[in-house]
Ligand binder design. Structure first.
Ligand code: NDP
Ligand code: PYC
Length: 337
């Protein structure tokens, strides 16, 4: 007997939406959160998949998110579009701002979407992928809450600060990467804790600043940036651009505001988009040149980021999303509450 159940993408999205709306989210908020979570589960990105539903509901119960927030679009004739998420989750705010960002990017060649006052739990690849699918290159970044020690330090100050990039490809799925600027996402450490497994070395330090492989000690100590001082500097850039510059929380302020890392963090987000045709100024075909470059990478036998994800998506679209008995039981439990 197998432990896994296959469930279609649409059925799982509906189930997640129902859980979230029964839990108190408005339908637009719940459905946008569900779309993002189920896209992650579909692509086998477990650290931001169905286990996050419980965290969204916990954030609501603690009164740290507005469950029926109606994000507001603010724009002028500049290349910056702003969405005030009104203290709701970021997903619906992004869906509101993305079409205007794409329009402004085509007009100016480069444009920015600023999202303020949002609660954020999600992977960023859905956002850059949505823009790359429209022929635009894009970068997305946001702070988190202070859980990562800067390189050379020993106390949490930076967030796990994700950074994502998307590049449109000719007749193929886009080139997309999306990762935490810590060695791994905090969600990954949480999955190790739940599975009772030790962490690989080099991921974290304990509360006294000593290296640890114990997930509990890592969660109460500090995670480490990837690549030492390099990851630490990129993470700092994200605090500056997507925190200080856009008038929103840095990760230490987000933690002060929440008082806990047990719920989704509140902060802002910055998405930049570029129109390759306009940026090239007629100096060749950037997409064709990109294709040649990406082919050269793949030609060495290296895999491109997101290939694993797109392969998982293909299987999920054909066979449904495979969930363990424990995951299904948790969903049914949340649905019954
Ligand atoms: P990983 O360290 O697993 O890195 C993920 C990225 O690297 C993916 O694009 C992945 O592609 C690619 N990749 C992994 N292995 C390879 C390889 N061998 N060759 C080429 N590419 C590879 O992820 P993280 O733990 O750092 O982050 C996971 C998620 O957590 C991200 O989606 C991020 O947005 C999210 N996150 C969100 C936060 C928030 O505040 N909202 C905070 C921190 C993280 P593929 O998917 O195909 O494997
Ligand atoms: O996995 O690091 C993480 C994370 C923080 C906030 C949302 N995801």
């Amino acid at each position: 007997m197998t432990d896994a159940t296959a469930i279609s993408i649409s059925d799982l999205t509906e189930l997640a939406t129902e859980i979230l709306t029964r839990g108190g989210f408005s339908h637009p908020q719940g459905a946008a959160i569900a779309r993002t979570i189920i896209a992650a589960e579909r692509d086998n990105c477990k650290s931001h998949g169905v286990y996050r539903i419980e965290g969204c509901l916990r954030t609501l119960k603690l009164g740290k998110v507005v469950p029926d927030a109606e994000p507001v679009l603010l724009q002028d004739d500049s290349a910056v579009v702003r969405v005030d998420a009104k203290s709701g989750f970021a997903n619906l705010a992004f869906e509101l701002g993305a079409p205007v960002l794409a329009e402004k990017t085509r007009k100016f060649g480069v444009a920015a979407l600023v999202i303020n006052d949002c609660t954020h739990f999600a992977a960023l690849w859905p956002e850059v992928e949505a823009l790359a699918d429209q022929g635009l290159a894009a970068m997305a970044m946001c702070p988190s809450y202070a859980t990562v020690a800067p390189s050379g330090g020993d106390k949490p100050l930076l967030g796990t600060n994700p950074f994502a990039f998307g590049w449109p490809r000719a007749g193929d799925t886009p080139y997309v990467f999306d990762f935490a600027t810590s060695v791994v996402a905090r969600g990954e450490v949480e999955l190790y804790r739940r599975a009772g497994k030790q962490l690989p070395e080099g991921w974290a330090i304990d509360a006294d600043g000593n290296p640890t492989t114990d997930p509990e000690a890592a969660l109460s100590g500090a995670m480490l940036p990837f690549g030492g001082h390099k990851g630490s500097a990129i993470s700092t850039m994200i605090e500056l651009l997507a925190g200080a510059m856009i008038g929103d929380f840095t990760s230490d302020e987000a933690l002060d505001f929440l008082g806990t890392t047990a719920i989704a963090p509140r902060h802002g987000e910055l998405v930049l988009a570029f129109d390759p045709a306009r940026m090239s100024g007629g100096r060749g075909n950037p997409i064709a040149k990109g294709e040649a470059f990406l082919d050269a990478i793949a030609g060495q036998g290296a895999r491109l980021p997101s290939q694993r994800r797109f392969a998982a998506r293909k299987i999920a679209m054909a066979e449904g999303i495979s969930l363990s008995a424990a995951e299904m039981a948790q969903l049914h439990d949340l649905h019954a509450r």
